[in-house]
Design a protein around this ligand. Structure first.
Ligand SMILES: *Cc1c(COP(=O)(O)O)cnc(C)c1O
Length: 600
């Protein structure tokens, strides 16, 4: 394993780190199983951009000793899973700091491992991975930081407690005093309670006043990532009291953070943040409707360009575009490059993808045939099977246009039986097709490396979510940076990224799945295939993908917007809460409101 940090490296000076970024998952290296999908990739790409652009950030996550799972698929597409254990002690330097928290009514000890994200100029973003596998801890507690998104709701709440309360305690013990705490999704929302605890300095949390809450709010920024209600973690009050203890739990209740009688991490984060955003313009609007009592802004996601651009493209850019690694806006000058050279890079990527598939699976694909890619977390709303809605029509198109190849990949969460069924459906539909012109293959174990190969190597990237559930989507941005256009439902980032016939194609909104599938097939047959048959026109489209979308949908631009609009906005900050509700207990008998005390 080659990782940038060695276990003996010098601890960083954290006193000048003003932004603390908290995320339950962070994709730090293709070799580390500390992420599951888009959320972790975004976190990793954000920190890689922070490193490249010299941002004063530090980050906190969990170590996930047994990782997110490796996916196995049998001949019918039935998914099984295995752990991906790794050993931080032989891989990363220790933070050399032991933290004690009171959780579940007992002492919980935490330590942390440090992963250094190193930028192009050598600037480092230290990432601390919290670990409860410490001698002296209760045996059950030692496994709290083993499984990303594993276990039951109680286990999840314990993990989120470790992330929020443990993360703040660690940073402060290390001498880091951030000015801004950025919660990447609600999992980290309990950090607000840790900040409140610090402010009250030993006084019972229930005595917190609106002034105290506002003081915490002034430090916190929250990014919400999904309009799917099941994506918002919530916990029963019994678990909340059991895990957090009476004082913290009562404070959460008193501060009016419960939602429908549950502790809802999104509402906790909303209540305690001065700036809240969705991850694309449309998602900001959808979230604003979901949370009308809070102001919700938008900052559209991006991807880290040099992480996702193939080597061939990076070489071309290094030759032709100075300083693109620290400032992606220079991609705009891709129009000075002969489009044929862009196509040449893509051809290399396509060959590399097919060679890898052949080596892994003995399936052979033809590099001169139009190839579509569809790879993402398997969730019902992502509708993996829309592309196969009318197999006969798809075969007819394939035969008419001189062949078609489709590559699928994606993991279903181990507990998601409906998702697992979707994979089997794709297998079954593909098995039924009997045509030499159409070749379909589902590739096992979608991860960072496969994601990169696919987005670099296919000709068209397909996305078919049910609107408006795709908050942003980022895989299509990776494709764009590699000169690969998208064919997608107008949802998430694609509403902003789609310039018809220029950067890709929109699948028209329909009343039914059949109507949307029909639009997809029409675009494929009447727009995409004819353009693909014209190499000069296709090369110009590839150039637009980089020049228009690569220039914008990157995390360098995204992070600069977080700095300008969320971390250090010009002028006074407009409070996120539109109507501040008074203190109210939702479960107990009404109590007199706590006195408002003046805080110096
Ligand atoms: C980029 C990426 C994702 C997120 O892509 P979406 O378009 O949001 O589905 C998920 N998993 C992996 C492995 C990725 O590389």
């Amino acid at each position: 394993m080659s990782l940038p940090a060695s276990p003996t490296s010098v601890p960083p000076d954290l006193t000048n780190r003003t932004i603390a970024y908290f995320s339950m998952e962070i994709a730090l290296s293709p070799k580390l199983p500390t992420y599951s999908g888009g959320l972790g990739m975004l976190a990793g790409d954000t920190l890689r951009s922070a490193a490249d652009t010299g941002a004063p950030m530090v980050a906190v996550s969990l170590v996930h000793r047994r990782g997110y799972f490796r996916q196995h698929l049998d001949d019918t597409g039935q998914q099984t899973e295995s752990d991906v254990p790794w050993s931080p002690e032989t891989t990363l330097p220790s933070a050399n700091q032991l933290i004690a928290l009171t959780v579940q009514g007992r002492q919980l000890l935490l330590r942390a491992w440090r992963f250094d994200v190193v930028g192009v100029t050598g600037h480092i973003i230290p990432v601390f991975l919290l670990d409860t596998d410490v001698e002296g801890n209760d045996e059950w507690d030692r496994h709290l930081t083993d499984h990303l998104y594993g276990g039951d709701s109680y286990y999840r709440l314990c993990q989120e407690t470790v992330l929020g309360l443990g993360g703040i305690a660690l940073l402060h013990a290390l001498g880091c005093k951030p000015e801004v705490y950025h919660m990447n999704e609600g999992h980290a929302a309990l950090l607000t309670i840790a900040l409140l605890e610090e402010r009250l300095a030993g006084k019972p949390l229930r005595e917190a006043t609106e002034i105290d809450i506002d003081a915490v709010r002034q430090q916190c920024v929250f990014t919400t990532h999904t309009p799917v209600p099941a994506g918002h973690d919530q916990f029963g009050l019994d678990h909340m009291y059991q895990v957090l203890g009476h004082d913290r739990a009562a404070a959460i209740d008193c501060a009016n953070c419960l939602h429908n009688g549950l502790m809802n991490m999104t509402y906790l984060a909303l209540r305690f943040s001065r700036y809240v955003n969705g991850v694309a313009m449309q998602h900001g609007k959808v979230s604003q409707k979901m949370f009308p009592e809070y102001k919700v802004y938008s900052i559209t996601n991006g991807v880290h360009a040099s992480t996702w651009m193939s080597e061939s493209f990076q070489e071309l850019m290094d030759k032709e575009i100075a300083n693109w690694r620290t400032d992606n806006r220079y991609f705009r000058s891709v129009y000075g490059i002969d489009p044929a050279r862009i196509t040449a890079c893509h051809v290399k990527n396509k060959h590399r993808l097919f060679a890898t598939i052949a080596k892994r699976s003995n399936h052979y694909f033809n590099p001169s045939v139009l190839t579509l890619g569809f790879a993402r977390r398997v969730a019902t709303y992502k509708r993996a099977s829309l592309l196969l809605h009318d197999p006969a029509r798809l075969v007819a198109i394939a035969e008419k246009i001189g062949g078609l190849q489709i590559l699928f990949a994606g993991k279903a969460h181990p507990a998601d039986n409906a998702g697992k069924g979707l994979i089997r459906e794709v297998y079954a539909a593909a098995a039924k097709l009997n045509s030499a012109a159409l070749k379909i293959y589902y590739i096992e174990n979608y991860d960072w490396e496969l994601g990169a190969l696919l987005t670099q190597g296919v000709d068209v990237w397909v996305n078919t979510p049910r609107r408006p559930y795709e908050a942003s989507g980022t895989s299509g941005m990776k494709a764009a940076l590699n000169g690969v256009p998208s064919l997608s439902i107008l949802d998430g980032w694609w509403i902003e990224g789609c310039a018809e016939d220029t950067t890709g194609w929109a699948i028209e909104d329909g009343e039914t799945e059949a109507a949307e599938a029909n639009s997809l097939y029409d675009k494929l047959e009447k727009r995409i295939a004819p353009l693909y048959a014209n190499p000069n026109a296709w090369a110009k489209m590839q150039q637009h993908c980089i020049g228009i979308n690569g220039t914008f949908f990157n995390t360098h631009r995204m992070l600069s917007q977080y700095f300008a609009n969320a971390y250090y906005p010009p002028g006074p900050i407009v409070p996120a809460a539109i109507s501040v509700t008074p203190h109210r207990r939702s479960t107990d008998t009404p109590e007199p409101e706590p006195a408002l005390v003046t805080v110096r």
